[in-house]
Design a protein around this ligand. Sequence first.
Ligand code: EPU
Length: 319
Amino acid sequence: MGIAVNAQKFLEVNTLDDLNSVNLDQKILILGGGSNILFGGDFNGLVLKINILGKQIVKEDDHHVWIKFGAGENWHESVLYAVENNYGGIENMSLIPGTVGAAPIQNIGAYGVELKDVFHQVDGIMLDDLQRFSLNTEACNFGYRDSIFKNELKSKIIITHVTLRLTKQHQINATYGAISDVLKSKNIIEPTIKDISDAVIEIRQSKLPDPKELGNAGSFFKNPTISNPHFRELKMAYPECPGYPQPNDRTKVPAGWLIEQCGWKGKRVGETGAHAKQALVLVNYGNATGQEILNLSKQIQDSVYVKFGIKIEREVTLL
Ligand code: EPU
């Protein structure tokens, strides 16, 4: 979010050997790209910035290729590498900020695809005894912006590598309305994976601010899921309210819509505000503090609750 904070200690980890002389029995933050974190203040402990690099094809057959990425690899560059080699599966997740190692933690997702759809294995070490471990898809308990790494294994491990299973005979996923609109506008009838990646980049650049230019952490809140009777009530009062059917008689409602209805879209409060093109994205106009952004986020949560009776949860990690 572009907030100026200090860490008591900071170490870049290029190989696991860098950890040999480190006391791991202290307050530690494992950092990827830092793109989904809001610091409420300085970090009173040791920050380990994971820079383990590398990518290697570890297995291949006629249909798939398994690529093992170092956790410190930049996510978008890894997507571009896949696209250039015509490996399919992650093109819908183009331009997501952050590192490959951070991707499984919140099961990143965009435009109809989630990391879990292409995930094969994570390798890492336990912080308490430095033992190595590997987890497959099932063991990671992936959910919507959720995984075992945000729950049982929170603050207990370092992810060192992530292996993805990408397709050679890919199936394009252009179901998301905004993607098919871009393809239509360009008269692309049989899109390649590069066409999809280019479309996603265009969509993201048109409404999501670039964190290098305007501090932000992407979606600040998760999209809430409400019961179908609650959604029907909402539809009576607001017939234009969008909703996406979910299992178990529930509906997902876009938090961006709820926030916009509460009048926050494009509204600036001091050095922070809700982005003018996407109300779900809170931005730092330059000198915001974490507390200021946190306060705004609480006001937004309260107003959505008062108007709609819906609680929206933070998606960013607060420290
Ligand atoms: N909308 C509004 N006003 C707004 C923003 C959104 O009315 O200011 C409504 C519109 O109806 C729009 C709908 O919300 O059609 C959905 O908006 P959008 O397609 O922008 O997606 P989103 O639900 O706001 C989610 C993810 C994004 C991901 C996009 C595309 C979450 C929390 N966010 O956003 O992920 O890029 O879908 O798949 O699920 C992120 O996690 O940081 C992130 C950017």
